[in-house]
Design a protein around this ligand. Structure first.
Ligand SMILES: Cc1cc2nc3c(=O)[nH]c(=O)nc-3n(C[C@H](O)[C@H](O)[C@H](O)COP(=O)(O)OP(=O)(O)OC[C@H]3O[C@@H](n4cnc5c(N)ncnc54)[C@H](O)[C@@H]3O)c2cc1C
Length: 196
């Protein structure tokens, strides 16, 4: 997939149904605020949408339905993401997932067996199909098609993953992470000792 076609779903995707969504989505009235991403069932996809956009559409819906006793979410709460015991938005899910992926890389052997290599390849392949934010998943599959996962050693995989994460960072307008410091961030802790 070309760089330019990567989608920044928090800012660029229209509030209407995405093109790859089902016919049902195409028939949805275009009534969702900007940034709300629809799932393939044509309904708003929570794990594809930032909490800010989600809360905006939920507020609109609450106003329409006028449910007595319903609670408005404060602006500050929206900025800090969903409460910890609520379903994750795209950012909370992403943060937790990167933590898992980088931690898997951190515990991957320096010299993996053939089985371990094959297991990791299977895991990454299945992960890219099952990731709940379908827009993210499709873009990640595109990245994997362009840049084959490197599983020959911990260093190979961690650097591949770091570049994959940077690819998403770039798409979202976030700073690039210095991959030479991957080990400190995800395995050993920073050299200044603040993680010990
Ligand atoms: C496979 C995947 C695809 C995604 N696609 C999208 C998408 O299309 N649209 C969207 O809105 N969100 C997407 N996300 C979520 C997005 O990447 C972020 O997780 C989310 O925006 C929260 O960002 P954050 O700033 O908290 O830090 P995160 O990007 O979640 O990073 C967590 C921590 O990892 C470290 N880090 C940052 N970059 C790197 C790197 N390159 N290598 C190693 N460590 C690093 C930093 O310490 C950072 O604080 C995706 C997530 C995943 C797992």
């Amino acid at each position: 997939m070309a760089e330019a076609s990567l989608r920044d779903i928090t800012t660029a995707l229209p509030a209407s149904a995405p093109s790859a969504a089902s016919d049902a989505a195409d028939q949805q009235p275009k009534k969702f605020p900007k940034g709300v991403v629809l799932g393939k069932d044509g309904k708003p996809c929570r794990s594809c949408t930032s909490f800010a956009a989600w809360a905006t559409q939920a507020k609109d819906q609450t106003k329409k339905d006028a449910v007595p006793g319903s609670r408005a979410v404060s602006t500050a709460a929206v900025a800090s993401g969903p409460p910890a015991d609520c379903p994750p938005d795209v950012e909370t899910l992403g943060r937790s997932t990167w933590t898992l992926l980088h931690s898997i890389a951190a515990s991957y052997p320096e010299t993996p067996s053939q089985t371990q290599r094959s297991d990791l390849l299977s895991f990454v392949g299945l992960f890219s199909k099952l990731y709940p934010c379908w827009v993210c998943a499709e873009d990640f599959q595109g990245y994997m098609a362009r840049q084959k996962p490197q599983v020959n050693s911990r260093d190979d995989f961690s650097q591949w993953l770091c570049r994959a994460h940077n690819d998403v960072n770039k798409k979202l307008g976030k700073p690039q992470f210095d991959c030479s410091r991957w080990d400190e961030r995800w395995r050993t802790g920073w050299k200044d000792g603040r993680c010990d």
